[in-house]
Structure formats: structure tokens, C-alpha cells
Design a protein around this ligand. Structure first.
Ligand code: NAD
Length: 484
């Protein structure tokens, strides 16, 4: 497969991987090799930026912002056009995602169709951006004064993104940032840079003006070089909790959005419909090889139905096809690299050595870890106490709702929880007491619709994605008052 030609009009082939001031230029920094995640063979090479190139990129973005953003109408039109182009090129875009992420075609197409939604929703928000009238004359001595707020963009937005949603997570930052009138710099994961290059190419084709979109490639050090520049006014980050902490420290007084790690739970009550719950849990545990921040890592099952659930889940997990993501039947492909697969396999081995039972699973093959189902797990095991980010589902029984809620709330994280129950009382009890950003009744923790507010609490971060919410975060109120 000639990935480089397929991806980006030969941009990568010619080493033009940075977008700076509206021009594609060659990176002069460190080289990173993009691998086929299953075959572990190189498919592309991208050179990152140097600190000088970062500075020049921010110069251009800052100057573009200062010169003025296109009108909200034009911003909406550009984002709508981008949505149309992605629709037309869906197959091409999905192939880029698939080539560098190791996802199945289904997962790659899922990213593409959601990205189209994200673009369209952001276009709507560009046109809807508004402030509000402030009733000043309600205060003593202010009669006759008129006031309103304008929602104004912040300036240069830096979007730092992970590997596991290389298209839609990037879109969830670039599109609202531009809809709000900011100039945005995308810094994707070095494991999956080509999709961002492709998306940027489409946005340029859609009419994105020079300087309002930049692409910065490189690792953590290059991202830090950009953060150090105070002209970056907002940092939108999705990634691990550890890296999030470092970014937050460096951000100082500047605003950020932190979409961080998690241990995602789904609770199955004794009145749950197993025909609904179990297939959804299996789907959400092993999709993208479990590399989704809301993948079900822990399923808490009511003790009265635990054995039945374990048996039925084991049957389903055994039937999950895994291996080569190019095979159309595959559901669970490789992890992002062999080291990650080794780590996940080590955690499974550790759990078994500490007394866990492996109901389904098997030896790692390269970067592929077979879908794994564990029981008899305890909180001391890494599979329970840390984010596994792999195709591993742990089952634990619970007796009372309070116990289930306490289990979820006892982790440092709080992104999303699924609850399967047919009782409204219970549903509201969970909704009120779970300390997470989202509670999904009769869905798994992994349920997401792009227009919803999406984000975590506690160590899972703060701030909300979803174009309406993100535009709000990437703008601020300016009050204008008139005295007649
Ligand atoms: P990561 O934290 O290793 O990397 C994310 C991005 O940060 C990459 O672009 C990386 O180059 C950059 N980076 C690394 N070190 C940096 C530093 N010191 N300063 C600035 N930037 C730096 O994450 P990953 O392994 O790519 O992704 C997996 C993680 O992302 C998981 O923890 C997962 O839960 C999390 N995630 C969270 C959400 C959410 O919405 N909460 C969504 C997807 C993924």
C-alpha cells in the first residue's frame, strides 16, 4: 500500500509535514517513523519542528489572529465545506486513519463519520456565537445604561492530541477553536501524524485562511516549546493524566482543557437486560483494542447474576475475532506499539500471579493482545488500579448499589460510567452519586454523541468537548456598557 501517495498529495513524500503561516514546510527537527501497527513495518517518516520553527509558526498564527478572523458566517461556511469534502473523500481519509492507527476499517470509518458531525456542529456554533444583554439598570443609580457581552476568541490555541482517536479528537479541537475565531495549532501524536496532515489539507482546501491553522509535529519537548510561548492563550489537551499534569503546570495562568485518563466502569444491576447489556459491554471493551479512554475496563455485576454474566460474557469474548486489522472480520486489532502490548500482557500476568482467573485470553502475538476476560481481580492488581488501555475486561461482583458507587468513586478518575438497570430509582441514584463527567443509563461508559458535553472530573481532567461547550471554553466574555 503506497500510504504516502495516498495520504497527502505527496506532502509526506516530500517531507512537507509542518503547516506554518499557510505553507507546508519541511521539519528540521527529530525524525519519527510511522509504523504499520500490525506488521510493525515503517509506512512513513515525518520530521518534527525545531524550536525556531515553533516560534515562526506561532508568529504566523498570532499575526493572523491579530489581523482578524473571517466573519462567523465565513467560518461556518469553511467548516461546512470541510465536512462536505470529508464526506466525498471518506474512503481516502479512512484509509489514512487505518494505515497509521492499526484500527479496523469499521473503527476508521467510525472516526470519519463522527468527524463529519464534529465539523458540521462546529459550523453551526460559528454562526451562533453570541453574548447576552446585561440588565445594568437593575442596579441602583444605573438607570438608562445599556450593556451587553460579546463572546470573543482568545488568540492562539494549541491542540495537543493522543493517538487513539487521530481524526475525531483532532477535529474536536481544531473545529471549535476556529469556529470561535481563534488561530489553532494542531500537535498530534507522533504515532499518528498523517491523519492530522490529511485533515489540515482538507481544511485548507475548504478555505481555511493562512495562519489560522498550523500543524506542528514532534514529541513532548516540541509541545512544551510551544506551551512556553505566552502568545499561546489556550491549551486543549487530550492524553494521559501524567502528561496533563505537566502541561497544566507549564500553563500557569492560561486556560486549558484537560481530557485525561480513566478507569471506566460499567455497572450491571440484577434487573438489567442481559441481551442489551452484554453485547454492548463486549463491543466497548474490545473496540480499538480497548484503546479508548472510556473502554469498559471494569464491569461490576450484581452478585446474584455474576456467574450467569461471566459465562455469557466468556462465550461472547471467545468469539471476538482479533488480529490483522486489514482482515474485514477483525474486531480487535493491535495496540499502538509492541511495548504497549508487552505492558498489557505483563499486567495480565501480574494479575494471574496474584490470583486472578483468566476466563478468556492467550499469549501476545507482536502488538496484538487477544481479547482478555478476567475475574477474581482485586484492587491491588494493576488491571484494577491503573488505566489499562488495552483489550482487557475485569469482572467484579457487587451486593448493593452503594458498594458499586463506592467502587467507581474510589478511583482517582472520573470520566464516564455506564449503568444497566430497568429501575428509574436506581438510575437516578447512580446519576446523582457517581463522581464522573457522564453517566449513561442502559449504555456503557463508552457511549458518546459528538454534540454532548464530554469530559471528566477528578484526575480525568476538566473542561468539556462537544462543539457548543468547547466554543464556550475557547472564548471569553467582554462586557460593553453604554451611558447615554
Ligand atoms: P500521551 O499523554 O502520551 O500523549 C498525548 C499527546 O501529548 C501527544 O501528542 C504527545 O506527543 C504529547 N506529549 C507527550 N509529552 C508531553 C509533554 N511533556 N508536554 C506536552 N505534550 C506532551 O497519551 P497517548 O498515549 O497518546 O494517549 C492515551 C491517553 O490519552 C490515555 O491515558 C487516554 O485515557 C487518554 N485519552 C483521554 C481522552 C479523554 O477524552 N479523556 C480521550 C482519548 C485519550
Amino acid at each position: 500500500m503506497d500510504v504516502q501517495a495516498m495520504t497527502t498529495k505527496g506532502l509526506l513524500q516530500n517531507g512537507l509535514t509542518l503547516l506554518s503561516g499557510g505553507r507546508w514546510i519541511e521539519g528540521e527537527g527529530g525524525k519519527s517513523v510511522v509504523l504499520d501497527k500490525f506488521r510493525l513495518e515503517p509506512i512513513a517518516e515525518a520530521r518534527g519542528a525545531t524550536p525556531q520553527q515553533v516560534a515562526a509558526m506561532i508568529d504566523a498564527a498570532h499575526a493572523a489572529f491579530k489581523a482578524g478572523a473571517p466573519s462567523p458566517y465565513e467560518r461556518g461556511a469553511i467548516l461546512d465545506r470541510a465536512a462536505r469534502i470529508i464526506e466525498e473523500k471518506a474512503e481516502e481519509v479512512a484509509r489514512v486513519v487505518q494505515a497509521e492507527s492499526g484500527f479496523t476499517a469499521n473503527d476508521a470509518h467510525g472516526e470519519v463519520s463522527r468527524c463529519i458531525q464534529t465539523m458540521k456542529l462546529s459550523a453551526e456554533e460559528a454562526r451562533r456565537l453570541r453574548g447576552e444583554v446585561v440588565p445594568l439598570s437593575g442596579a441602583p443609580g444605573q438607570d438608562g445604561r445599556v450593556a451587553f457581552t460579546m463572546r470573543v476568541p482568545l488568540g492562539v490555541v494549541l491542540a495537543i492530541t493522543p493517538f487513539n482517536s487521530p481524526l475525531n479528537t483532532v477535529a474536536h479541537k481544531l473545529a471549535p477553536a476556529f469556529a470561535a475565531g481563534n488561530a489553532v495549532i494542531a500537535k498530534p501524536s507522533s504515532a499518528t501524524p498523517m491523519t492530522t496532515v490529511k485533515l489540515a489539507e482538507i481544511l485548507i482546501e475548504a478555505g481555511m485562511p493562512a495562519g489560522f491553522l498550523s500543524v506542528l509535529l514532534g514529541g513532548g519537548a516540541i509541545a512544551q516549546a510551544a506551551i512556553e510561548d505566552e502568545r499561546v492563550r489556550f491549551i486543549a489537551f487530550t492524553g494521559s493524566t501524567g502528561v496533563g499534569r505537566k502541561i497544566q503546570q507549564a500553563a500557569g495562568l492560561r486556560r486549558t482543557q484537560m481530557e485525561l485518563g480513566s478507569i471506566a466502569f460499567t455497572v450491571v444491576c440484577d434487573d438489567a437486560d442481559f441481551n442489551l447489556a452484554l453485547p454492548k459491554i463486549v463491543g466497548a471493551s474490545y473496540r480499538k483494542a480497548g484503546q479508548v479512554c472510556t473502554s469498559v475496563q471494569m464491569a461490576l455485576i450484581h452478585a446474584s447474576r455474576f456467574d450467569e454474566a461471566a459465562e455469557k460474557l466468556a462465550e461472547r469474548v471467545r468469539a471476538v475475532p482479533y488480529g490483522d486489522p486489514a482482515n474485514p472480520d477483525t474486531y480487535t486489532g493491535p495496540l499502538i506499539n509492541e511495548d504497549e502490548a508487552k505492558r498489557v500482557a505483563d499486567w495480565i500476568d501480574e494479575a494471574i500471579a496474584m490470583g486472578a482467573a483468566r476466563l478468556v485470553g492467550g499469549p501476545r502475538e507482536g502488538a496484538v493482545v487477544p481479547p482478555t476476560l478476567l475475574t477474581n481481580v482485586t484492587p491491588e492488581m494493576k488491571v484494577c488500579s491503573e488505566e489499562i488501555f488495552g483489550p482487557v475486561l475485569c469482572l467484579q461482583p457487587f451486593e448493593t448499589e452503594e458498594e458499586a458507587i463506592e467502587r467507581v468513586n474510589s478511583t482517582p478518575f472520573g470520566l464516564a460510567t455506564g449503568v444497566f438497570t430497568n429501575s428509574l430509582d436506581r438510575a437516578f441514584g447512580f446519576a446523582r452519586k457517581l463522581e464522573v463527567g457522564g453517566v449513561h443509563i442502559n449504555e456503557t461508559s463508552s457511549s458518546r454523541v459528538d454534540l454532548m458535553p464530554y469530559g471528566g472530573s477528578k484526575d480525568s481532567g476538566f473542561g468539556r468537548e462537544g462543539p457548543y461547550y468547547a466554543v464556550h471554553e475557547m472564548t471569553e466574555d467582554r462586557i460593553i456598557t453604554f451611558t447615554a
